[in-house]
Design a protein. Structure first.
Length: 293
């Protein structure tokens, strides 16, 4: 996972003094490129030992290793910005239409790329096996995450998987309460702290259903109520373009789950896709292609 994403995702679990270091790094990552541990401690108002503990909290032996990873991340970002012909990734109020288009494309590409590079493939394999073996799959997400839950529901329905999705939390809780140990419940929450999603997964877990969470948080309450957690890696920004990129990253992860589930039962699933395509063919122009989502 990108070191700056890891730092941002770790904010809630850092001590107050370590968070000052994190805030200084995230506010100006270039500072790390040129700073000694003494300089970073001075800028962040922390001690050198606190900077060292902060680096260790992110999984690094010390400041040297942390600094090298930050430099590598900044170099990758710079190369990507050059390819999109933008000076920086953040959207500003004075950006032209062309600049805004390029920056949104950059941020969404970056979200997909970071998610793909950091994804726990072991957890993905477990989630795919659970989805394939489930007699019932219930999905829920609140707000923008609801769109991702609905997208997975639509895809599962296309291949004949018994799935349901609710946008109303009361109905979602009712459906969750009726699950059993042959069912799977999937909840989507960007920060992993959405109360409604946590309640949905907790209720499903009490029935014996296997619970899967999709989140961007390194650690959150979602971890406490899920058997399997799948994580996207999205950077947030001051114009909430991170919220847009989070949806793109979630949809990419959902596509990964769907394709892996489809691949393992390809003949049967392809037939399901053909039949569902034929069922709605009269509602659209004839293109001669079978869609998968």
């Amino acid at each position: 996972m990108d070191v700056l994403i890891r730092a941002r995702q770790s904010l809630d679990r850092l001590s107050a003094s370590e968070r000052r270091v994190a805030d200084a790094v995230l506010a100006d990552p270039e500072l790390v490129r040129t700073s000694t541990i003494m300089r970073l401690a001075e800028v962040s108002g922390a001690s050198q030992s606190t900077v060292a503990r902060f680096c260790q909290s992110l999984g690094y032996p010390g400041y040297r290793e942390f600094r090298l990873d930050v430099i590598a991340a900044l170099s990758r970002d710079q190369a990507q910005r050059i390819s999109f012909d933008i000076g920086e990734g953040e959207i500003g109020p004075d950006d032209t239409i062309a600049d805004t288009v390029a920056k949104i494309a950059f941020q969404e590409m970056q979200a997909i790329q970071d998610t793909a590079h950091s994804l726990d493939t072991g957890a993905v394999a477990q989630a795919v096996a659970a989805i394939r073996g489930a007699r019932r799959i219930e999905l829920y997400g609140a707000g923008a995450s609801s769109l991702s839950a609905q997208d997975l529901f639509q895809k599962l329905s296309r291949i004949g998987r018994p799935a349901g999705v609710s946008v109303d939390i009361h109905l979602a809780l009712v459906q969750a309460a009726l699950l059993d140990d042959a069912a799977v419940a999937i909840g989507v929450s960007f920060r992993g702290e959405t109360r409604e999603t946590l309640d949905f997964l907790t209720t499903a877990g009490r029935t014996g259903a296997l619970t899967i969470g999709i989140t961007n948080a390194a650690e959150s309450s979602l971890d406490d109520v899920c058997d399997i957690v799948l994580r996207t890696s999205v950077r947030e920004s001051r114009f909430r373009s991170g919220a847009m990129a989070s949806r793109i990253a979630q949809l990419a992860l959902i596509d990964i789950l769907f394709v892996l589930a489809l691949r393992q039962d390809f003949p049967q699933m392809t037939e399901s896709l053909r039949r569902t395509y034929d069922a709605v063919q009269s509602r659209r122009p004839d293109t001669g292609a079978v869609e998968t989502g």
